[in-house]
Each structure stands twice: as structure tokens, then as C-alpha cells.
Design a protein around this ligand. Structure first.
Ligand SMILES: [Zn+2]
Length: 633
């Protein structure tokens, strides 16, 4: 602050004038020690966040005057901020405090406490995993969401890059990220565009104040609710669910895919070919089947269901900053035949992560669309409940019978389709992989080498208790369109989270999986292990020992189940249905990738024969783009 401003405030005649808030302790002590007439240093405090980076984007932080800037701090500001204390002093006519006269002090009232649904441990797993992927693969961004599909509670919401809540303006948090710039678009609105400049020390040094703010602001954003992108093939269960619900197809409908379908004069390709039941079309991620289904539905009904699934609308999650997506989806009057076709397999419309997982939960939980939320309860300083947040069903998206079919199809994805690598040992997981080419901000054309890869799923597949959604944006690898980047994260997180949530294993384990779990279990157990004295002799009787064994109890049970059954399971229905004594079985396995390689160089999953590279998404840069999306980075 400059001297003139301070002088003006100090000399102003009033009983009380606030000069500056949120001064640090050292400055405050210095001023206090000067014992200036009429100048008082009031006790103020800056909020301290004990978990630093953990869930920083969900919690948000406060600015000057302890006002929330982003996250929960904004949405629940009224409940959190408490009441400022006041000090009433006796002053003379000129506003100068009289010495030795009693002062009345009104103590500040502490703010309320939010009890949130985020689970500390699961949030940790998710955040560590996001960080690891970012470091290893150098993706642009990673977002991870876990949600309870039975009530809409968010269990974990992590994204990377992130920042420390106690050091929000530290530019080092941005190192390695692409710089963004603020541009004015054709409609005169500010818009954020990614550049190809990677932020480092020198770039930071060259930024002016606005650039710094724009980039910090971008860093602070919560990817899971503020960023929009094309969902890709994770949208396919929605397309099939809509068609089943509307009656355009039944569970017995099947299609033929020859690898290409011409729509509106454009050939649109597909890597998964052959006879497609609805289950096969989801499991192998067939684009042609989706396009044919959407044509049967027609654009009016297709768009109606986009709306029912809440695409283009806010979920109303209790966090500030949820993106508007209304202009990023189609209305029937603006939708041409190729738009309908590309929308059917998740391209040419944008979503947020929170939109996708909330919609997906309704597809697999019997059709109930729960309002997603992070806060369960608000209590006051003495612990009494100020407000309870009950789960809210906002609408029914599909019937239970459609939901049951989608659960079955999603289970097939993980049993024998494109998502086998997502399955955590011991569990039945249902889900869908996704890859979508990004739109190059420089050319406004679909990029042929930059992808968003993802996996969305729920477990146990037949009665979902946990939903998970992992999105990896523009991973820096040769084969970016490999959904394994996302399925691997899914598997790793669920392996930790499911036993922790007391969701018991139901599936037999292979020896390999047992060894893997043993190694991990050892690790987990080690954290709680008792000292030798305690453990000695007490082990078999100790009830605590018993509870530690719980997850293992599940394991123990599997010898009862013939293991051969599990091995045969995924192969049997496939072999029967597709008559596959398939050619891929004879293709040699490439040591480096572990994939089988066909004579044409195409890669196939060694166990399932599902085409790996580009199995879901074949870029066609000539296809017309949704005008709402161009320019969005
Ligand atoms: Zn196909």
C-alpha cells in the first residue's frame, strides 16, 4: 500500500477505519510494538489448509477478507465464514482511543464445519495415481472421479496438475503444463486457448501480470467439473440405452459391420467388424452399429435422450465453477446426418467429467439420476447439525430392464472386450473404454495424433456400489489412442479402494493375481501391523487380526470355486457366438507390447483378440465439426 492511501485512512475522522486485512503475523507484531495512538492490530487469521494439495481443487481457497474464491469455499461461503468479531472502544471526539478506558470486545464466531463425502484414503489413491501418470506419461491433464452410484456422493475427485492450498500462487505448480492465453472470440467473449509453449522458469519470468493470472486461474480450475471434451466411445452405452428405451432396437437386434458406413457423403470407418449383437457392439466398441442405431432412432429422439441424460445441462453439483455445455451439444434443427452419426459414438459434442459419471451411474443403477454432491452435512462449532444433505433423485433416465441390459453389456467390455485390462483381481467390473481425437486449436481440424483416452465403469458389475471415471488428456506417447492408459489407472485405484471400502471379492483369482495382491496386501497390512509384543501369541485369537483378514477371507474362499471356470468364462461365450477359432490366435506376440500382430501390422489383444490400436476411433479430419466445439482447446 502506498503512504498516501494509508495516511488518508489513518487520518480520517471516524470511530473505526479498517486499513488492511490479512496482514501477516510479523507485520502485525511490528505495528503493535510501535504502540501508535489510535492504531490497533486486530486479531485476524488466514485460513490454513492442513492437507495442502489433497483435494485442493474441490475445497478451494479464500482470498482477502477470507472470501471463497473457488471450490466449496464459494458454494458454502455463507456457512463457512463465521462472524467477524468486533472490538468496541471508547474514543474521543476525534476518534482517538482513550487510554485506560474499558473496551468491550465481541468475540468472533467460528464458521460451521462441512462434513464432506470425499474419502481421505481414496482421494489419496486417486491423486497419487494422477500424479504418477502425469510424471510418467507427461499427459496434458488427468482427471479421476469416484462416486457412489446409489446416492450421488463423490468419493474422490482428483485432477492433475494441481497446487498447494497454502501456496496457491506458486508458479512452479505450472511447470511442465502448456501455457494458455486469453483471446477474444468471434462473439466478443473471452476464451482460453492452449498454446504449444510448455511452462518453465523462463516462461514464467516472461509472463506479464495478466498472463500470470490467466495461467494460475487455469491451474486452479477443477478439471472434473470445468473442462469440456468429447467423450468418445464412453458415450456408446448411452446411445444403446436410449435406443432400447425408445424401442428403436430390442435386446435381440443385431447388425452387420463391414468396417465402414457412408453417411452424408462421408465414409466413416470402424475397426471392429463382423456380426454385432448389442452386447458385441459395446464390448468391441463398434462405430457402425452406433451409427445405424442412431439412424433408426432419428435425430429428434436422439437429441431428446441427450437431454434426458443431462448432456448440455449442469448437474448442479455443490461446487462452484461447473461448465456450461448447452452450446456444445446439438439440437435437432442444427443436426445433419453426419452429426447424428458422429454423436452416436461420442464425437462432436462436449461433456464434463461430472456430467458423464452422473449419467453413467443412472444407466447402471436402475435408471436413477442422483444429484452429485460433496457435502453430506453441515455442523456448527459445538457439533450440532445445521443442515443434512439427503440424496436427491432428480429423474429416471431409463427403466430397470434397460439398465440391466447396459450392466450386462458393460460387463462384457471388461470380460472379453476392449476393457479387460481395467479389471481388478477378484471383482466383476462393468464399464466402457473411450478414445477421441482432440480438435487442434491451431487448425480447427480433428487431430490425427492427439487423443483423450478414458474408462468409465462401475463395480460390482451386477450391483454397482462404486463408479469410477478416468480421463487422460493428450498423453505424450506414440500410441496415444490406447485406452490402456486409462484402464491401468482404473485397475490400480480399484485394487486399493475396493477392499478398503469392504466390498468383498466374488471372483476366483489366478496365481498371478494372488501374488500381486499378496504383495499389495502386505503393504497395506504393514501400515496397521502391531508391534511384535502385541502380536505375539495373540494372533489367532485377536479379533483385530480377524478383521485384517477380511479381504483375505474373500481370497480364501476361491479354492471352492473351480478356477478353470473363470478362465473359460470369457472365452466360451465369445468362441460360441462368433465362431472364432479366430485367425488372430495364430498371430505372433510382439515382445515389446505384448500384443499379437497380424500380417497387416494391426495389433490385437493377446488374450481376447480385440484390435488394440485405433480399435475405437478412426480419425477422419474431413468430417464436418460441430461449430460449437471449434476453438475450444
Ligand atoms: Zn464396427
Amino acid at each position: 500500500m502506498d503512504e498516501a492511501t494509508v495516511r488518508k485512512r489513518v487520518e480520517k475522522v471516524s470511530s473505526m477505519e479498517r486499513i488492511k486485512t490479512n496482514v501477516d503475523k510479523e507485520t502485525g507484531d511490528n505495528i503493535r510494538n510501535m504502540e501508535l495512538d489510535g492504531v490497533k492490530v486486530d486479531e485476524d487469521f488466514k485460513r490454513y489448509y492442513p492437507y495442502n494439495e489433497l483435494a485442493s481443487k474441490v475445497l478451494g481457497f479464500t482470498g482477502g477478507d477470507n472470501q471463497g474464491i473457488i471450490g466449496l469455499e464459494v458454494k458454502y461461503e455463507e456457512y463457512l465464514k463465521g462472524k467477524n468479531g468486533t472490538i468496541l472502544t471508547t474514543t474521543d471526539a476525534r476518534g482517538v482511543e482513550l487510554n485506560g478506558v474499558a473496551e468491550d470486545r465481541v468475540e468472533p464466531v467460528a464458521g460451521n464445519t462441512l462434513q464432506i463425502s470425499l474419502d481421505y484414503n481414496i482421494q489419496m489413491y486417486a491423486q497419487q495415481m494422477a500424479e504418477k501418470v502425469m510424471e510418467e506419461k507427461q499427459a496434458d491433464k488427468v482427471g479421476i472421479l469416484l462416486m457412489n452410484p446409489q446416492n450421488g456422493e463423490i468419493l474422490a475427485m482428483a485432477s492433475y496438475p494441481t497446487y498447494d492450498l497454502n501456496d496457491t500462487r506458486n508458479p512452479e505448480s505450472m511447470y511442465g503444463s502448456r501455457m494458455v492465453e486469453q483471446v477474444t472470440n468471434a462473439n466478443g467473449y473471452y476464451e482460453i486457448k492452449k498454446t504449444n509453449t510448455i511452462i518453465d522458469e523462463n516462461v514464467v519470468a516472461s509472463m506479464d501480470e495478466t498472463q500470470m493470472y490467466v495461467n494460475l486461474d487455469y491451474l486452479w480450475k477443477n478439471f472434473c467439473i470445468t473442462d469440456t471434451y468429447e467423450p468418445g466411445s464412453t458415450a456408446k452405452p448411452f446411445t444403446v440405452a436410449a435406443a432400447l428405451e425408445q424401442g428403436a432396437v430390442s435386446q435381440n437386434t443385431s447388425f452387420e459391420c463391414t468396417g465402414v458406413l457412408e453417411v452424408g457423403g462421408y465414409p466413416i470407418k470402424c475397426h471392429a467388424q463382423g456380426h454385432m449383437s448389442l452386447e458385441n457392439s459395446i464390448a468391441t466398441s463398434c462405430n457402425v452399429t452406433m451409427m445405424k442405431i442412431a439412424q433408426l432412432m432419428g435425430k429428434e429422439d436422439f437429441c431428446k435422450f441427450q437431454n434426458i441424460f443431462n448432456f448440455g445441462l449442469k448437474t448442479n453439483i455443490d461446487l462452484a465453477g461447473e461448465a456450461r455445455t448447452a452450446s456444445l451439444i446439438y439440437t435437432p434443427d442444427k443436426m445433419g446426418p453426419t452429426d447424428l452419426a458422429t454423436n452416436s459414438f461420442g464425437q462432436n459434442f462436449n461433456v464434463t467429467m461430472i456430467e458423464m459419471i452422473t449419467g453413467f451411474c443412472s444407466l447402471v443403477n436402475g435408471g436413477y439420476y442422483y444429484e452429485p454432491h460433496v457435502v453430506n452435512k453441515i455442523t456448527n462449532a459445538s457439533g450440532a447439525t445445521v443442515k443434512n444433505i439427503e440424496p436427491r433423485v432428480l429423474k429416471q433416465t431409463v427403466s430397470e430392464s434397460t439398465s440391466a441390459l447396459i450392466r450386462q453389456y458393460c460387463k462384457a467390455v471388461v470380460e472379453y472386450g476392449t476393457g479387460t485390462s481395467a479389471r481388478p483381481p477378484g471383482y466383476k467390473l462393468g464399464g466402457k473404454t473411450g478414445t477421441a481425437e482432440t480438435i487442434d486449436p491451431m487448425t480447427n481440424r480433428r487431430s490425427e495424433n492427439e487423443y483423450v483416452v478414458s474408462f468409465i465403469g462401475a463395480v460390482p458389475a451386477d450391483n454397482p456400489q462404486v463408479a469410477i471415471y478416468v480421463v487422460v488428456d493428450r498423453v505424450n506417447a506414440d500410441k496415444q489412442d490406447n485406452a490402456r492408459f486409462a484402464t491401468k489407472i482404473t485397475r490400480d485405484i480399484l485394487m486399493e479402494a475396493l477392499p478398503y471400502l469392504n466390498i468383498f471379492m466374488t471372483e476366483p483369482l489366478t496365481d498371478e493375481e494372488k501374488a500381486e495382491l499378496d504383495a499389495l496386501q502386505q503393504d497395506i497390512t504393514n501400515q496397521y501391523i502391531q508391534t511384535p509384543e502385541d502380536g505375539e501369541g495373540a494372533d489367532p485369537d485377536n479379533p483385530e487380526g480377524g478383521s485384517q483378514d477380511n479381504p483375505e477371507g474373500g481370497e480364501e474362499a476361491d479354492p471352492d470355486n473351480p478356477e478353470g471356470g473363470e478362465q473359460g468364462g470369457p472365452d466360451n461365450p465369445e468362441g460360441g457366438e462368433d465362431g472364432q477359432n479366430a485367425p488372430w490366435m495364430d498371430y505372433p506376440i510382439d515382445d515389446e507390447t505384448g500384443y499379437r500382430v497380424g500380417p497387416d501390422g494391426r495389433q490385437y489383444d493377446a488374450q481376447t483378440g480385440v484390435p488394440v490400436e485405433g480399435g475405437e476411433s478412426v480419425p477422419n479430419p474431413d468430417l464436418p465439426l460441430n461449430p460449437g466445439l471449434t476453438g475450444a482447446g
